[in-house]
Design a protein around this ligand. Structure first.
Ligand code: E4P
Length: 218
């Protein structure tokens, strides 16, 4: 399973990249706003800055909600850097835009997916990724992981090449559940990724190894 980091914070992106396990980055307009990135030129430059830190795919989201606007913005974003994947919301104009952009060999990530039906439409339109939002479903008492499993199963059964990019991951346990559910990618906050490292037996074992070494060599 690939790991993307879900942030527009350059320090966190660098930290994950330095760890050597990062496969890409996802952003959205809220994450860009959180970093105080405003204005079209600054936003575009920020995407380029992110691409220059990581080796993998970087999702950049369109703001337009009409077909013409989405494809114009999508083409501009894709032209910024070969690593850019154009992120498009799962609405009617978005599905049409995904179809158009994929016919131009522009890669897309269909976002705000909350049902298998939406994922099916995005895949049929040629999306590179679909992003089902786990945490936001959990927030309303619906099991987000179930949706990941349902979509992964559907894509396998019908041979879709679209990858399941599990999004809205809130904690480390979600990542482990995504593995079982068959997600191709998990996009996570840095804290959820580093949480995978934690185990009290590792800490205890290391402490013992060092104590034993120091008894003889210290
Ligand atoms: C990433 O592609 C999504 O935009 C993001 O994971 C949403 O996460 P949230 O539900 O925590 O805002």
């Amino acid at each position: 399973m690939k790991f993307f980091i879900d942030t527009a914070n350059l320090d966190q992106i660098k930290e994950a990249q330095d760890l050597g396990i990062l496969d890409g980055v996802t952003t959205n307009p809220s994450l860009m706003a959180k970093e105080g990135i405003k204005g079209v030129d600054k936003i575009k430059q920020h995407y380029v800055d992110i691409c220059n830190i990581v080796d993998g795919d970087v999702s950049a989201e369109v703001i337009a909600t009409d077909f013409e606007g989405m494809i114009k913005e999508g083409e501009e974003l894709a032209a910024l850097h070969p690593q850019i994947v154009v992120k498009i919301p799962c609405i009617k104009a978005g599905i049409k835009a995904i179809k158009y952009l994929s016919s131009k060999d522009i890669r897309t990530n269909c976002t705000l997916i909350f049902s298998a039906g939406q994922a099916l439409l995005a895949a049929k339109a040629g999306a590179t990724y679909v992003s089902p939002f786990i945490g936001r479903l959990d927030d309303i008492g619906t099991d987000g992981i179930d949706l990941i499993a349902q979509i992964a199963d559907m894509f396998n059964r019908y041979g879709f090449e679209t990858e399941v990019l599990a999004a809205s991951i809130r904690h480390t346990m979600h990542i482990l559940q995504c593995i079982e559910a068959g997600a191709d990618v998990a996009t996570c906050p840095l804290k959820a990724i580093t949480g995978l490292l934690n185990h009290p037996l590792t800490d205890k074992g290391l402490e013992q190894f060092l104590a034993d070494y120091n008894k003889l060599n210290g």
